[in-house]
Each structure stands twice: as structure tokens, then as C-alpha cells.
Ligand binder design. Structure first.
Ligand code: HEM
Length: 416
């Protein structure tokens, strides 16, 4: 039997094969499992992850979505503020904005593929998965292109701290990255207040300018809302910049790496997609289901509640495991572990309920464009060595490198 008595919040334990075996066992034998080592409940069935996610009044995000209670903003905001902030930031994710961003993303994808197309091999993570979401978020926020390397470094340092805060070096680097990025973001916010541009920060700062409020930050919270004006304070703006960087970057990066892994390891499905490119949207959903780039989030219980016969007490924490829910045979059937690009099933990879991923449509667009272009230009990618290398993380499935080879593209003129 697999050893289930481990700390589920400790990144060191998140070796994929071992964790999958544990969750397979837990779903069948103890789907609402009390983890002594973490002092929280581990929730592994599709129906239960959905139930917990949809009942904020019992399982709140407002006390943090990671076990350490670290608050990062928006994702762990209580209503009604969460809904107000979400409505505001959603303006940056409107269909019109996503359309504009798709054009930008197409250019970025062409640039990334051009850089490797004639080499015949590359580290897929370094050349494709890392730069694409990073460049898009950076250009969306309006970060100067000369600063994109620093932006990359801040993102990596902050995400590396997850489940590793006991390591003083990693924690110090994450803290420093946060301060540097927050300082940078503050400067940008001030600049956009004076001179708005066509970027997300201008949309957010413009929210208050639209209300013609001069000394906005000095106003008591809620004052502008009382006047029917959308409002956002500078500290909230900075937190939004941080969450967009962290939430939009590492997640999509690993969705792309994991998606490529699935295509390489399932040549019949890749051929099917090459034969019928119209299956791309359903292929992307199936990738997100099986990869489940976000492993887990936490909720805090507001009142005593019973789940599958277990008594969960007020103030206890639950850990919802997206990747386990997405491999629940009771929901998907016996072929649950197979990659089927035309499966057409829903999944919980982007969460569900009021905190459903704000960037889901953006991430879907990024994966659709990336794989459509890769299959069109470099259709025979395969591993150049024994396969991808992962770093253990309790938060995001993290592929560190994936060496691939392919038939070099004959000339960049093919890249039109
Ligand atoms: C494949 C890529 C992605 C995956 C798998 C993913 C996954 C998730 C999940 C599971 C949640 C739910 C959290 C919860 O219920 O507590 C979430 C929320 C969120 N995601 Fe994503 N995400 C992805 C891409 C993105 C992108 C590209 C952005 C932004 C540019 C983004 C921004 C956010 C934000 C802001 C939230 C919080 C929403 C709220 O609390 O209302 N995500 N994401």
C-alpha cells in the first residue's frame, strides 16, 4: 500500500508518481482524509472539490488559499470586496482585450518559434513555455521590454518560496523579489496616473480617474463606492500586479509544458489534431484536465460541517486537490487517465465558483495559439533525451526542462 501519512503541504513530497498513487488510493478509500502531519483535511473527489469551491459561506478563501494564511489579494478576498475588485480587473480581460492580446500573443509566438525553428532542437521550457506567458503578462501590464528579464526573475523567486519557506535562502530571495517588484509596480502606477497608456495598469488606475476623484488614496475606504464610483487603492493595485504575475505566469507555463508532454507521449492524438486542427479547443481542455497545472488550494471552514460522514470543525483547513478531482473515474469513466483530445468533458483545472480563474480565457487562448503554431511549423517534436525534468512543488506542477528535437524548418519564409 502507498504511504499516505505524509505532509501534503510540503513541496518536497510532491513527486508526481507517488502523489498520483496516493490520490488514487485516497479517492477510493478515504476521500475526505485528515492529515495529521498537516493538521488539515485533504479533499480528493471531483464532487467534493466542486462542492467546497462553490460554498464560500462554509469554506472561505478569505483567510488565505495557501495553508500558511499568507494573504495575496483578490484570490483570498472576502465578498463584497472580492466581487468589486474582480469586476474592475475584468475590464482588462474583456473579449475586446483578449482579441487585442491574441494579436500580440501571435507575434510573440512567432518570435519564440523563429528563434529555434532552424536549430532542430531546444529546451522547450526555456525557449517556449517560459517566455510566452511571461512576455504576454509583461506587455499586458505595460512593463518596459528592457525589464522583462527582471520581471522573469521576480516571478521565479516568488513562486519558488511556495512550500519552501523553511529554507531561509529561498524565503529571503522571495521577500527581496516582492519588494523590488512592488517598488517597480508603484512607480508604474504613479506614471500611469499622470499619463495613461493602453495597458492593464492604466485601466485600473483609470477606474478612479473616471470618478474624477483627486486625492483618491486619502479617501476613507468605501467613500467612492458610496458615490457609485469604482475604486481601487494603491496597495490593492500593487497586490493585483503581484497576483497577475504569479497566477498568470507559472500556471500557463506549465500548462504549455505539460500539453507538449502529452502530445509527444501520445502520437496518435497528435496525429488526430494534425488531421483535424478544429479539435484544438477541446485538446486544450483535455490538456488542462490531465496536467492540472495548479495542484491545490486551501479553504478555511467557517462552521461545523459534515462531508462524506466526516465531521469537519469550524476553523479547520481543507486542501482541495484539483489534479485528483480531474482524474476521478467516478466522474470521467475508466479511461480517465487517457489523453483524448476529443473527450469534450468539463474539468476543475481552473477551479469553479466565485473564484474561478480570472485568466482562464487568456490561458486557453495562449495554449491554443502556441500549439496551433507549433503543430503547423514543427509538427514532429520528440524528446531529445530521457524526457522532462520536474521540480517538486505543492502549488504548481513545475517542469524545469524538456529537451526536444524536431525537423528544422527550412526557411523563416515558412513562418508567415
Ligand atoms: C493554465 C493556466 C492556468 C491555470 C491552470 C489556472 C488555475 C487557477 C485556479 C485553479 C484558480 C482558482 C483559485 C480558487 O478557487 O481559489 C485560479 C484563479 C485565478 N487565476 Fe488562474 N490559472 C491559469 C492561468 C491564469 C492566467 C493567465 C491569469 C492572469 C493573467 C490567471 C489569474 C488568476 C486570478 C487573478 C485568479 C483569482 C480569481 C479570483 O479569486 O476571483 N490565471 N486560477
Amino acid at each position: 500500500m502507498v504511504d499516505i501519512d505524509i505532509a501534503y503541504t510540503d513541496s518536497a513530497n510532491w513527486n508526481e508518481a507517488d502523489m498520483r498513487a496516493r490520490f488514487d488510493w485516497l479517492r477510493d478509500h478515504d476521500p475526505v482524509y485528515w492529515s495529521e502531519k498537516d493538521q488539515l483535511w485533504v479533499i480528493t473527489k471531483h464532487a467534493d472539490v466542486e462542492y467546497v469551491s462553490k460554498h464560500q459561506e462554509i469554506f472561505t478563501s478569505a483567510l488565505g488559499v495557501r495553508p500558511m494564511n499568507v494573504k495575496i489579494g483578490l484570490i483570498d478576498e472576502a465578498e463584497p470586496r472580492h466581487g468589486q475588485l474582480r469586476a474592475l480587473i475584468n475590464r482588462g480581460f474583456s473579449p475586446r482585450m483578449v482579441k487585442i492580446l491574441e494579436e500580440t500573443f501571435m507575434r510573440l509566438t512567432t518570435k519564440a518559434i523563429d528563434a529555434v525553428a532552424q536549430q532542430g532542437q531546444c529546451d522547450f521550457v526555456e525557449s517556449i513555455s517560459v517566455p510566452l506567458p511571461l512576455w504576454l503578462i509583461a506587455s499586458m501590464l505595460g512593463i518596459d521590454e528592457n525589464d522583462w528579464d527582471r520581471f522573469h526573475h521576480w516571478s521565479d523567486s516568488m513562486i519558488a518560496a511556495e512550500g519552501n519557506l523553511g529554507d531561509p535562502e529561498i524565503a529571503a530571495k522571495a521577500g527581496q523579489a516582492y519588494v523590488e517588484y512592488a517598488t517597480y509596480a508603484m512607480k508604474m502606477i504613479e506614471e500611469r496616473r499622470k499619463e495613461p497608456k493602453d495597458d492593464l495598469i492604466s485601466i485600473l488606475t483609470g477606474a478612479k480617474d473616471a470618478g474624477m476623484l483627486q486625492e483618491f488614496d486619502e479617501m476613507p475606504e468605501g467613500a467612492a463606492a458610496d458615490m457609485g464610483v469604482a475604486e481601487i487603492h494603491s496597495d490593492e493595485l500593487i497586490k493585483l500586479c503581484v497576483i497577475l504575475l504569479v497566477a498568470g505566469n507559472e500556471t500557463t507555463r506549465n500548462g504549455i509544458s505539460g500539453g507538449m508532454q502529452l502530445l509527444i507521449e501520445n502520437p496518435d492524438q497528435r496525429q488526430k489534431l494534425l488531421d483535424d486542427p478544429s479539435l484544438i479547443n477541446s485538446a486544450v481542455e483535455e490538456m488542462v484536465r490531465l496536467v492540472s497545472p495548479v495542484h491545490s488550494f486551501t479553504r478555511t471552514v467557517l462552521e461545523d460541517v459534515e462531508l462524506r460522514g466526516k465531521s469537519i470543525k469550524q476553523d479547520q483547513k481543507v486542501l482541495i486537490i484539483y489534479g485528483s478531482a480531474n482524474r476521478d473515474a467516478e466522474f470521467y469513466g475508466d479511461d480517465v487517465n487517457e489523453f483524448k483530445i476529443d473527450r469534450g468533458a468539463s474539468h476543475l483545472g481552473f477551479g469553479i465558483g466565485s473564484h474561478f480563474c480570472l485568466g482562464a480565457n487568456l490561458a486557453r487562448m495562449e495554449m491554443r495559439v502556441t500549439f496551433s503554431e507549433l503543430l503547423r511549423r514543427l509538427p514532429d517534436m520528440e524528446y531529445a533525451d530521457e524526457g522532462p525534468v520536474f521540480r517538486n512543488s505543492a502549488l504548481v506542477r513545475t517542469c524545469e526542462n524538456m529537451m526536444v528535437r524536431f525537423t528544422p524548418e527550412r526557411g523563416i519564409e515558412n513562418a508567415a
